[in-house]
Design a protein around this ligand. Structure first.
Ligand code: GLA
Length: 338
């Protein structure tokens, strides 16, 4: 790190998956899996050098986003009778925890059976959030399944929303767009947004719209349709309300690349899923294969609470009190079919 602190990289390896995670941002740096011919290939986007991660405040490649993943309108909300102002870093809003979010921290790391645990203590007032928040994120590999477990405690009422922000391209990192990938999202509703990507508060039915992925559909099939919500997001950059009960580990999404046969299944205990089609990638950053990361060359499936929940009492709560423990699990299953 610029201050001399060492950054640690751990490799998690099985017959099916090889993944590297690093302490800066508690992030996934690389992930390789097999295609239908059993060939290993990199499917997670990332930078080649630590200095590139340090310089990149746009993509959030692979990181743990927090203390509040996604947006808070105006960076303002109240919790525990206190009004809070979070640092603003996305137009008028706070995105992924504000200016110095969890992606900017070099987390403490320690090996655990099957993987690694990252720990971060975010101080009372960090970016404007109240309460000292102690966060643990564990990545473990079990054959072809990556399990991400999140835990957090606080000493004052606060809000917490944590996700992993890995961009995948199942055709291979640096190998074109993800528009051919076939996506299923296990949801009947989504949260429409306004012009700064803040939910309006409405829960809209996806049936019969371009947001209907209840039946597997190619990402690119409707992405350029004349649709106000797609225009506001510059593509897909929306939160789906997942079926089933928050707190239960259940299927959230499946995405399949017909070219390689690679498939990713996402399961989570979270109530929501942000599907982001990589619209803001604009060729600024180089892939490790030498091509540029242009628009829609990677997608994120961010398991999470809904954006701007602190300002929407009708959404599942993101409040955490000192007598509670925040717990959340997301699992990625990687397979390939012939
Ligand atoms: C999230 C947001 C997007 C974008 C990316 C990071 O997915 O919803 O709008 O900000 O993070 O580039």
């Amino acid at each position: 790190m610029p201050n001399g602190d060492p950054v640690q990289i751990y490799t998690l390896k099985s017959e099916a998956v090889e993944m590297q995670v690093m302490s800066f941002g508690a992030r996934v740096v690389s992930l390789a899996m097999r295609d239908r011919e059993e060939k290993m290939g990199h499917v997670a986007l990332g930078h080649a050098k630590l200095k590139d991660y340090l310089a990149d405040r746009k993509t959030y490649f692979g990181c743990i986003a927090g203390r509040y993943a996604n947006r808070i309108a105006g960076g303002r909300f109240s919790v525990g009778g206190q009004t809070c102002q979070i640092t603003i870093n996305d137009g008028p809003n706070a995105l992924h925890g504000g200016k110095e979010g969890f992606d900017r921290y070099n987390w403490a790391a320690s090996g655990i059976p099957g993987g690694v645990e990252f720990t971060l203590v975010s101080s009372d007032g960090d970016q404007g959030f109240p309460g000292t928040l102690t966060v643990h994120v564990r990545y473990t590999l079990h054959g072809n399944v990556v399990r991400i477990e999140y835990g957090a405690t606080t000493d004052k009422p606060t809000v917490v929303n944590l996700t992993n922000h890995t961009y995948f391209n199942l055709a291979g990192d640096g190998r074109g767009t993800i528009l051919d990938h076939v996506l299923r999202i296990d949801a009947d509703e989504y949260t429409p947004i306004n012009g700064t990507l803040i939910p309006t508060g409405e829960l809209a039915t996806v049936a019969g719209t371009v947001f209907d992925f209840a039946h597997p559909t190619a990402v690119g099939e409707r992405i350029n349709e004349d649709n106000e919500q797609l225009q506001l997001g510059r593509g897909y950059d929306h939160n789906w309300k997942l079926r089933g009960a928050e707190g239960e580990l259940r299927a959230a999404a499946e995405i399949y690349d017909p070219g390689s046969g690679r498939r990713l299944n996402v399961a989570t205990t979270e109530p929501g899923l942000q599907f982001y089609s990589g619209n803001f990638l604009d060729g600024t950053f180089m892939s490790r294969t030498g091509s540029r990361y242009e628009s829609r060359t990677g997608f994120c499936l961010e398991t999470q609470h809904f954006p701007d929940s602190p300002n929407h009492p009708e959404f599942p709560s993101t409040e955490l009190r000192p007598d509670q423990t925040f717990q959340s699990v997301t699992a990625w299953t990687f397979t390939a079919r012939g």
